[in-house]
Design a binder for this molecule. Structure first.
Ligand code: BYC
Length: 327
């Protein structure tokens, strides 16, 4: 039940000859860089792909609160607690913007959440890894939010208007998140030898799962070709991963930490780093529900949903009362 067992549904890109007149006109709008708005005509596949990606993104924000929420009560100072609390709360807000963007496509938030709780929907693989100590709060903010920003900055240019606009605000908040993570890392590396070792250990554990956040290699990506043609995605999985590596290795060096990938080297001609791929078998196993925390995450979300039932009922009863009073 708690596995993310959804089968991928991607197909090859439809050629212009295979398209109907309406589809060709739609593609021309995309190619011209126009934004598509909720009431515009769109191919079924475009709508389905958006619902899939935006809802997976929303679920990731909501499940993504759990690994960090785990450390709010154990933050080392009041200031760190306040910052972490604000960050985790921001993630709930991101979930809301994204569920709202998905709803403009004719689906209901309640149904999307039911899919998540029943294990019928995916969320980012990264959140199936544990956060073992305070250094992980630094590494998550720096690496996980750092990776998310790379993806989301590009998504500000996505072709669907409501999704692209949601990304603008999300990106502003994510940059604060990444900076607070890097700030924790700076403190840890400037502390005792044991604290610096904790920072290194957190980096070592989260490096490979962070690389996985960008999705499978382009050659194995089911949706990239069509999503790029529709400009739902404006960067391939491998392009995002390369950007992340190029951005992060100098930051690791600035912190005085060791790069977990011992073979990573900068190519002086291209300016890009070579790097070793993460273990893709592990990635696909995590997607099938076999990550270290998949079951815990789904239990926690289901419990929170059940515990919140009285509150949702209260809100509905209040809204009903207001409607009757207004009549
Ligand atoms: N984890 O054809 P592909 C955050 C799935 S949250 C799990 O390349 P696509 C934050 C993929 O869905 C960050 N599943 O797919 C929150 C597909 O399965 P289905 C979340 C993954 O969609 C709190 C299959 O593998 N960001 O920032 O073209 C605290 C084949 O892949 C993953 C977003 O969601 C993965 N890592 O490209 C801190 C951004 N990768 O649907 C931080 C929006 C792939 O066929 N999403 N899969 O069953 C995207 O940009 C794209 O969906 C992806 C994948 C680049 C992730």
């Amino acid at each position: 039940m708690y596995a993310q067992t959804v089968q991928s549904t991607g197909r090859k890109v439809k050629s212009l000859e295979e398209m109907s007149d309406q589809e060709r006109a739609f593609q021309a709008r995309i190619d011209a860089g126009e934004k598509i708005e909720p009431k515009d005509w769109m191919p079924d596949g475009y709508r389905k792909t958006l619902v899939r990606q935006i809802s997976q993104h929303a679920h990731s924000e909501v499940v993504g609160q759990l690994p960090e929420g785990n450390w709010i009560t154990r933050a080392p100072t009041l200031e760190r607690k306040a910052i972490l609390l604000a960050k985790v709360q921001d993630e709930a807000g991101h979930g809301l913007y994204l569920y709202s963007a998905a709803e403009t496509l004719g689906v209901s938030r309640a149904d999307l959440i039911d899919d998540l709780l029943a294990g019928r929907a995916k969320y980012s693989s990264i959140f199936n890894y544990p956060t073992l100590n305070w250094a992980d709060m630094g590494a998550v903010g720096w690496l996980v939010d750092g990776a998310a920003i790379i993806n989301q900055v590009a998504l500000q240019r996505t072709s669907y208007g409501p999704y692209s606009r949601a990304m603008v605000r999300i990106c502003k908040e994510e940059s604060f998140h990444a900076r607070q993570g890097f700030d924790i890392m700076m403190k840890m590396v400037a502390g005792t030898a044991a604290q610096k070792a904790m920072a290194q250990d957190a980096l070592n554990r989260l490096w490979w799962p962070a690389l996985m956040m960008f999705g499978p290699p382009d050659k194995d990506s089911v949706h990239s070709a069509q999503s790029m043609a529709w400009k739902i995605k404006v960067m391939t999985n491998d392009e995002g991963r390369q950007k992340f590596v190029d951005q992060t290795i100098p930051q690791i060096e600035y912190l005085g930490l060791d790069v977990p990938d011992k073979a990573a080297r900068k190519n002086p001609k291209t300016g890009h780093y070579s790097f070793v791929d993460p273990d893709w078998d592990e990635f696909f196993a995590v997607l099938k529900g076999y990550g270290p925390c998949n079951a815990d995450r789904m239990l926690a979300r289901n419990k929170a949903h059940d515990d919140g039932a009285w509150f949702r009922e209260g809100l509905l009863a209040y809204a009903e009362k207001q409607t009757i009073a207004a009549e």
